[in-house]
Design a protein around this ligand. Sequence first.
Ligand code: CP
Length: 303
Amino acid sequence: MSRNWGNSSLLSVKELTRIDFEEVFQQAKEILPDPDLFKGKIASIMFFEPSTRTRFSFTSAMMKLGGEVIDFTNPEMTSIKKGETLIDTLRMFQNYVDIVIIRYPGSDELIAAASEVSIPIINAGDGTNEHPTQALLDLYTIQEHFGKIDGMRIAIIGELLYSRPVHSLALSLAKFRDIKMRLIAPKGFSLPTTILQELERESIQYEQTEDLNFADVDVVYTTRVHAERFTDKDECERIKGSYRLTKEIVKRKLSKDAVIMCALPKTFDQVDPGVDELKQAIYFKQAGNGIPVRMALLKMILS
Ligand code: CP
């Protein structure tokens, strides 16, 4: 059954069905700027962690549809600094705006606060947990490139433990058919057990390995080492560069028809800049898809 998108929050991809993904993709494919659609509507872009793509693509998406934005990206200059809680902050914002797009470090706190307010809340990344709108644009990109998602063979490589984009990606792919996933990560840094259990519940075929082997895949999805999440900086340094992609490695190991994706930002120890020149590298196109996908999502929730 299809989801009732109107005025709904989006906190996790677990809320979405395959049909919901397909509805967003259809809208994203068709959507055009419309300066009248959101006349009088205001979004708060409330970011407690750094962002380039998510923050500015949501801002741009809102503006392309004629809406306005209240930028809440320096909590130090708000009453959070005086000890106000997230719940109380959102209670105030439901008087000021029509929707809050929030990046917040604490997942449980965000979920609890979202349940207390009457306006939709979109999770733009909750700590190490999830990044649902990134998964929407990632799957949209796969659909756009290959014309399908079913049957995809995907290698997800890098430090997967703290990567919210790949957590949402894996959970989202699990809603499609005949997916084969290879999780290539340093020992101890593969997907969290809770996500592996969810893949097993959905009967998704996955394998875990430390070997950089992606000869037989359609998609290589690379993720950086999330240095900001590590308390043990030596461990962080130890695993940096474990799966660095270079032009030479890609040419030798990856099929010409396969693509390289990344949520971005990418780091030097993750992807050599030379890879950007390869036709297989579609990560900038992928990031660009953040605009139609987020426009579509906002339209479905707010209009
Ligand atoms: N992909 C992504 O979430 O990028 P930002 O952190 O720059 O928003």
